[in-house]
Design a protein around this ligand. Structure first.
Ligand code: AMP
Length: 590
């Protein structure tokens, strides 16, 4: 049954017509379950008299902090979740980052704790990664910035215990953390949990993927029995449903489809490039757009080598990978936000949940492992209602995965070419003209000085206006060559031959010979399996067993060697614990 909502408590969006609201909020109401379509977020900076959050009954301090943040109207997930959470109900929400889900649970919890003066924490939020923990804690802090005496503490691994312990000793309302560190503090008695009356599991599917299920269950068992439970997850596999069934009490269910937001706001493109030309292609892409870029690569080693190469080409770059200490990571994200760094080269795990509004471009330098990884990656742009661009590098073998990706995300990814010298030179020219024009419009504190210099040149060197302009532009350009003139014939060949060859070879793509040559060894680890030639095993059997039993894609499997009674298989480094467990149990040909 499809119901249109005419409930005034949900219909709180100001400044829009009833009809518009009704169509946006067309909900499928199945028992408890609501399915909602996401839409771009609206941010209006500055003071706004109308505040669509007023109808929730929030106190003035929260409304003031929302006005400061420029939030005008609640997002669909906020409209649906906030009233339920204010009533104290449990909630099961399917939503990805970018939908406004953090405020959906943070705001009602802050409201409920408005007069809390007790020492021990009342709310615990669990997140899969330190980055997300920091971000969620930052969101709590900013939404409560106008509320006096509200304290949020983040506890996560990779940083010193001492600061966390002393923060937990003082008054605290909300603790946000990652499972491992939360367990440590509970065990050591440094995190007092006896007053926790609400637990939020954020990105629960990701926590499961990272093998945290046992830890989460252990933590839940330690917490007081009577508590509100909120579970947010981007996907709803059966494991998450089981957790919900086990721990949530008659939850309100909300599901938000955020794919629409991505297809609306992020323009998704791909280009064909052979592996040995990837770095050149990347540099050419950055010629057209180099302010606010994230480049996703598969290994830590690649993050540093690419960052170095880009730095040598004059870009401001930083890396984000699992080896970078936590405080340095925070510092990097902060510098990216402030514009001191323009380009970030990152691995998937390190950049999960990253929320930096100025990211305009995401480059998938290495093909993502799966659809979810792709969606998370490109979701780093198009934040808070802005538009963004995502470019996927595809080699000949990956064409077939590109089609799979298009099918599973139900998105057409548009093909583009690697920028040629001509395109780059036109762009450089355009930028130069733009810079000179902007500089002439700007009122400068040096204006008097500039006039003096011009007068001096005219008087003492007999230069006219046009001579002076030309000399000044020459000075801006400097003495290196302005236009790119290196051989770019490889680009043309690349686009054509690669495509043709990839058509011809489409049936042979999974052949082991390709597999041997197309990957860098440092991306792999060798696994030994106790089946071999004597068991009648062939390469194709091994690939299909691995792909069917785990979430590893065929294209991510490296070299396969079959011996008499065992086989060696190269698989990506840093597999999740859960995937490794599944690998232990795989069967080939039964
Ligand atoms: P989240 O899904 O919680 O990661 O939020 C995504 C982004 O949307 C963050 O940058 C938030 O600051 C922003 N945001 C959340 N709610 C709103 C709102 N009602 N209006 C405008 N921006 C919002």
């Amino acid at each position: 049954m499809v119901l249109k909502i005419d409930n005034s408590s949900l219909d709180s969006e100001q400044g829009k017509s009833q009809n518009e609201d009704a169509s946006l909020l067309e909900l499928k109401k199945l028992d408890n379950k609501k399915e909602i379509e996401s839409q771009p977020l609206e941010v209006s900076k500055g003071n706004d008299n109308e505040n669509g959050f007023r109808d929730f009954g929030f106190n003035q301090s929260i409304l003031n902090s929302l006005t400061n943040k420029g939030y005008k109207n609640p997002t669909p997930i906020q409209k649906a979740a906030i009233p339920e959470l204010m009533l104290g109900r449990d909630l099961l929400g399917q939503a990805q980052t970018g939908t406004g889900k953090t405020a959906a649970f943070a705001l009602p919890l802050i409201e409920k704790l408005a007069d809390n003066n007790e020492l021990n924490a009342k709310v615990l939020v669990m997140t899969p990664t330190r980055e997300l923990a920091t971000q969620v804690a930052e969101s709590f802090k900013s939404y409560s910035s106008e509320s006096s005496n509200f304290k949020t503490v983040a506890i996560y691994g990779g940083t010193d215990y001492r600061n966390q312990i002393s923060a937990l000793k003082r008054k605290v309302d909300v603790v946000v953390g990652t499972p491992g560190r939360i367990m440590d503090h509970i065990r050591q008695g440094t995190f007092k949990i006896k007053d926790i009356n609400c637990l939020v599991l954020d990105e629960a599917d990701e926590m499961l993927n990272m093998g945290f299920l046992e830890d989460i269950e252990w933590i839940i068992d330690q917490l007081p029995e009577n508590k509100q439970m909120v579970l947010f997850s981007a996907t709803m596999p059966s494991e998450i449903r089981n957790i919900a069934k086990k721990y949530l009490n008659d939850p309100a269910e909300i599901s938000i489809k955020s794919v629409k937001k991505e297809t609306q706001l992020i323009s998704q493109k791909f280009l064909y490039v052979q592996r040995h030309h990837k770095l050149d292609a990347l540099k050419r892409i950055l010629e057209l757009n180099n302010e606010g870029v994230i480049i996703f690569v598969r290994t830590k080693l690649l993050t540093t080598s690419i960052a170095e190469a880009l730095e040598n080409s004059g870009h401001t770059v930083a890396v984000l990978n699992g080896d970078i200490p936590q405080n340095q990571r925070e510092n990097t994200v902060d510098r990216l936000k402030k514009g001191f760094i323009n380009i970030l080269v990152a691995t998937d795990v390190a950049a999960r949940g990253l929320d930096v509004e100025r990211i305009k471009l995401v480059v998938n330098y290495d093909f993502p492992f799966d659809k979810e990884t792709y969606t998370h990656r490109i979701g780093r742009t198009g934040r808070a209602g802005r538009s963004g661009e995502a470019i996927l590098f595809v080699n000949q073998r990956e064409k077939h995965f590109l089609r799979n990706l298009e099918n599973s995300t139900r998105t057409k990814i548009e093909e583009i070419n690697i920028p040629s010298n001509k395109t780059i030179n036109e762009k450089r020219m355009e930028k130069l003209i733009e810079n000179v024009n902007e500089s002439s419009l700007a009122k400068d504190e040096n204006e008097a000085l500039i006039i003096d210099v011009v007068d001096n040149l005219k008087e003492n060197y007999s230069m006219d206006d046009s001579n002076i302009a030309m000399a000044a532009i020459n000075l801006v350009i400097g003495n290196k060559s302005f236009f790119v003139n290196e051989d770019d014939s490889w680009i043309h060949k690349q686009n054509n031959t690669d495509r043709n060859r990839s058509n011809r070879n489409s049936n042979n793509r999974m052949r082991n010979s390709n597999r041997r040559t197309n990957y860098q060894n440092d991306s792999f680890e060798t696994y030994k399996f106790n089946f071999g030639k004597f068991d009648g095993v062939r390469v194709a059997n091994i690939i299909s067993s691995i792909c069917n039993s785990t979430n590893i894609n065929g294209r991510s499997i490296g070299k396969i060697q079959i011996f008499n009674d065992y086989s060696l298989v190269d698989l990506p480094r840093d597999l999740h614990r859960e995937t490794k467990n599944k690998l232990k149990k795989i069967k080939v040909r039964n």
